[in-house]
Each structure stands twice: as C-alpha cells, then as structure tokens.
Design a protein around this ligand. Structure first.
Ligand SMILES: Cc1cc2nc3c(=O)[nH]c(=O)nc-3n(C[C@H](O)[C@H](O)[C@H](O)COP(=O)(O)O)c2cc1C
Length: 193
C-alpha cells in the first residue's frame, strides 16, 4: 500500500455518530477482533478482551442507554432511533493480566476503526460508558473491567476534517456535516533534526 492510500484510509476513519440501520454479521466483527488482537501490547501481555454484540437487540438497547455522545454538540442529544448503531464491540481489561490497559486499548481500537473503514463500516470510540451497568449486563467477574465501547454501523452522516481555526471543538456546518478541526503540521511538528 502506498502512503497516500494509507493517509486516505486514516482520513476516512472518523468517529461517526449518526448511522444507517444495517445487519452486521458477527463473523465480520470476529475477524476484526482477530486483527485487533494482532496489535502491539505493552510487554506483550495482551490484557484486552472483547465482547461483540450485533444480533441481540435487547442487549444493544442496554449498551446504548448510558452512552454519552458528542459533549461538544450541546444541542444534540445523540442518535435518534433510526440513527442508532447496528453493533458494538466492548473492550475489556483483564486486571489479572495487567492494570495498564489504556495504551493497548488505544492501539487496538484504532486497528478496529481502520478495519471497519476497510469494509465500508464506521465506528465511534466511546469512553463514556457505565462500567458497573456493563458488568451487570454481561455478568463479568471482578477482574474483567469494561473500558470502552465502539459503536458500529453504516455511516449516515458526512464527516469532514477541517483546518483548526480558533477552536478544536468539532461542530456541524450549515449542511449538517460533522466537522472535525485538526491541528496543522506546523503546530504538531515540534522539530526536525
Ligand atoms: C479515547 C477516546 C474516547 C472517546 N469517547 C467518546 C465519548 O464518550 N463520546 C463521544 O461521542 N465520542 C467519544 N470519542 C470520539 C472523539 O470525540 C473523536 O475522536 C474526536 O471528536 C475527533 O474526531 P475523529 O475521531 O473523527 O477524529 C472518543 C475518542 C477517543 C479516542
């Protein structure tokens, strides 16, 4: 793959919050978790585990309920019924293996997000989950802690990267496209030696 092609994949891989309903096969998400499990891991401990939910409508409603969407969009309450995600991957940290899961989770989740784009799906990483509620829903033992949810579906909104002006806060433009300001190379590249 050429670098330009990979750049386009990364550009396309945005957090999507308004989906179109589709049926997502568990098999596709199993393959994606298998890819995520190939990602780098501190000390190669591999403390992450995953729950895939794509078919059970009742569990999907329970996962959705405590999620907090797009804190920066004050006038938007989150996806309406028709815009809800069609599936979820819940990321778990096995505390018996390691307490240090967040960096591993970041790497694995970006791998998942890129994989989703590659099969024309979109996702949204969500930290604002209800850990205790999820522990109950999935009957998880003490050592298994839910740390993130990835909401998954068919993209139902236009999402654009825009140059950062005054603020890094994402917003919706006059055409209701979701705009994500990114800092320029000048701002992020500290030094070239
Ligand atoms: C670790 C992490 C946690 C996040 N948690 C939430 C969340 O709880 N709710 C939400 O709507 N978006 C969440 N997001 C999505 C970010 O808001 C999003 O990545 C950011 O606005 C930039 O958009 P982009 O991913 O399209 O570049 C999270 C993203 C990351 C990486």
């Amino acid at each position: 793959m050429q670098l330009e092609e990979f750049k386009n994949l990364v550009i396309k891989t945005r957090c999507c919050r308004r989906f179109k309903k589709i049926d997502i096969k568990s098999e596709d998400l199993i393959k994606i978790v298998q890819i995520a499990a190939l990602s780098s891991s501190a000390k190669n401990l591999q403390p992450l585990k995953y729950i895939i939910v794509s078919q059970d409508e009742e569990i999907k409603q329970k996962i959705f309920k405590p999620l907090k969407w797009a804190a920066a969009l004050k006038d938007w309450q989150g996806p309406i019924e028709e815009e809800k995600p069609s599936a979820y991957i819940i990321v778990l940290c096995d505390k018996n293996i390691s307490d240090y899961c967040m960096v591993d989770a970041g790497i694995a989740m970006q791998t998942i997000m890129l994989s989703l784009t590659s099969i024309d799906l979109s996702g949204c990483i969500l930290a604002s989950i209800d850990k205790n509620e999820y522990k109950k829903i999935f009957d998880l033992p003490e050592n298994i802690e839910p740390i993130f949810a990835i909401a998954i579906g068919k993209r139902g909104e236009e999402i654009k990267i825009v140059p950062k002006k005054d603020s890094i806060e994402y917003f919706r433009d006059e055409k209701n496209a979701h705009c994500v300001p990114k800092r320029s190379l000048n701002e992020v590249l500290w030094k070239i030696l």
